[in-house]
Design a protein. Sequence first.
Length: 159
Amino acid sequence: MKNKELERSESLQTYKRWDAVAYGDNKFVAVSYDGYITHSADGITWSEPVAVGATAWYAVIYANKRFVVIGNGGYITTSADGITWSEPTSKSQDDLRSISFTGDGVFVVVGNNGDVITSTDGVDWSSPVRINAHNWYNITYGSGRIVAVGYNGDIIYTK
């Protein structure tokens, strides 16, 4: 960001809340709390948002040649191109909040009530594992370790 000025895109102001954005396959993909998904080749001009399912979307990632979007009610949708989306399916009864991709090729998702789910392809997911009953809000991978943070000061990590 050094010596870069931020500019505001005017094209998506009619939608109330955009929660996350990711870049992959030469495009940006943004997801909204209102259940919409949009894409852009340059991050300036965006496609007309489309409703994907009937849920709020909280996070998006591009990894393993696929966009993966997670959201309210445990729903997940995927896309190989960021334009055409799979029918959303629920993988948990609780909201899924954050997603990361590990160095050994595993998607890891955290959510409310301690839910953690994993997938090697972004399509087939494990059953939720509960790591305490608190909400997890964010997860990341770096230096060979997964770290997640959540409610009440909780932090979990892999050894």
